[in-house]
Design a protein around this ligand. Structure first.
Ligand code: ADP
Length: 395
């Protein structure tokens, strides 16, 4: 039996995404999503071939959802084809600059990072422990969202805060979406037929979470997310940058606790807060087309903040080989791309309306021949995780 498949797990606070992929080709054999975990509506949906199935799993928690996924893999005779399990882990702190074959020692070290990412890492680790309990012989690999940004220079990762806060408490900018940037930068280099270490890119990853990154000689040199994934661009429900002076103002004016304010910034802001309609760009675009003023405003703020950040990130590059859009919005939302490139006219970008409408030509290009290059490249974090997992488990 060939062990050429990898189970990729992405545990979120109330959801669990999974896929079984072939590391060599990226071909997905099965993929699925357990949603609304810990609630009576919990369910597991998966697609295998062209068949889609949904199982109701009321009140299931993450461990039970993973057990349900394993049961499905057993039934589909996929369990014995796995070389290992790759986990998306949000925070690798300063300790982990690359993907990691998990051992009991480094799992302990990883757990200590929970305080840096209390919303994300504990549930990622829960997934690792659940697999440990259910499939103890299967090797596991952690692939960190932060790892690609280990190359940030001090000037980009330090805040203008007392240096002791960095030294003693790890207060610095870490950056996220690194797995996506690593994939997209490699794919862009391939499409341009250039060596990765000879490439300079600006990349905008625009999904529910949004960030942007400057890639110089194939390495991340600046990015918009910081200590947590809240800094930077306006996102689906996250505010992105705000003046920290707002905290005491909101606290006093609205009698809100820090937790309440964090809820506003993380869950009630961004596209949702601005539009009052949804965090989903498709719904906002529909409302905007019917003339909804706040939907239009939300799109304008969203696109402007992206352009403003890309302009700022450009100062870290000697030149721009390509500006790349990725993530659900970056790959599909023509209007956002057009507005961003219009704001970036100062850098010489001129959009090709027809190519933009088609989400790019075969290379992904959406700009005119005389313009600096802008590309649309679909991200594939799962494939990146599968490749790292196969590499590390084969050693
Ligand atoms: P996640 O960060 O959860 O992986 P995605 O990368 O799937 O999210 O991006 C989700 C976002 O992409 C949502 O705002 C969704 O509306 C948007 N999106 C997906 N398809 C389209 C489309 N055809 N047009 C505009 N926006 C889209």
């Amino acid at each position: 039996m060939d062990h050429d498949n990898t189970l990729v797990l992405n545990c979120g606070s109330s959801s669990l995404k999974f896929a079984v992929l072939k590391a060599a080709s990226g071909h997905s054999v099965i993929q699925g999503l357990a949603e609304r975990l810990n609630s009576p509506q919990a369910s597991l949906t998966f697609t295998i071939g062209d068949q889609k199935q949904t199982l109701s799993i009321p009140d299931h928690n993450h461990q039970q959802a993973i057990a349900a996924v394993i049961e499905v893999l057993k039934q589909e005779q996929l369990l014995t084809t796995l070389c290992g399990v790759g986990h998306r882990v949000v925070h690798g702190g300063e300790a982990f600059s690359e993907s990691l074959l998990i051992t009991s020692e480094n799992l302990e070290q990883l757990t200590q990072l929970n305080q840096l990412a209390p919303l994300h890492n504990p549930v990622n680790i829960l997934g690792i422990k659940a697999i440990n309990a259910l499939l103890p012989d299967l090797p596991q690999v952690a692939v960190f969202d932060t790892a690609f940004h280990h190359s940030l220079p001090e000037a980009a990762y330090l805040y203008g805060l007392p240096y002791e806060l960095y030294q003693q408490h790890g207060v610095r900018r870490y950056g996220f979406h690194g797995t996506s940037y690593r994939y997209v930068a490699a794919e862009a280099a391939r499409r341009l037929d250039k060596k990765q270490d000879d490439c300079h890119f600006l990349i905008a990853h625009l999904g529910n979470g949004c960030s942007a990154c400057a890639v110089r000689n194939g390495k991340s040199v600046d990015t918009s997310m910081g200590f947590t994934p809240l800094e930077g661009l306006t996102m689906g429900t996250r505010s992105g940058d705000i003046d920290p002076g707002l905290m005491p103002f909101l606290s006093e004016r609205l009698n809100l606790s820090i937790q309440d304010i964090m809820d506003v910034l993380n869950k009630q802001s961004g596209l949702l807060g601005l539009s009052g309609i949804s965090n989903d760009m498709r719904e906002i675009q529909q409302a905007a087309q019917t003339g909804d003023i706040r939907a239009n405003l939300a799109i304008e703020v969203f696109a402007f903040k992206i352009a403003r950040y890309l302009g700022a990130l450009a100062v870290s590059l000697p030149k721009i080989d390509a500006l790349i859009f990725t993530g659900g919005i970056g790959e599909n939302d023509r209007l956002t791309r057009a507005m961003v490139l219009e704001h970036l006219a100062v850098l010489g970008f001129t959009i090709d309306g027809a190519l933009n409408q088609e989400n790019g030509d075969t290379q992904g290009r959406i700009t005119t021949p005389n313009s600096p290059l802008a590309l649309v490249i679909p991200t594939n974090e799962e494939w990146m995780i599968a490749q790292d997992t196969q590499l590390l488990t084969a050693k």
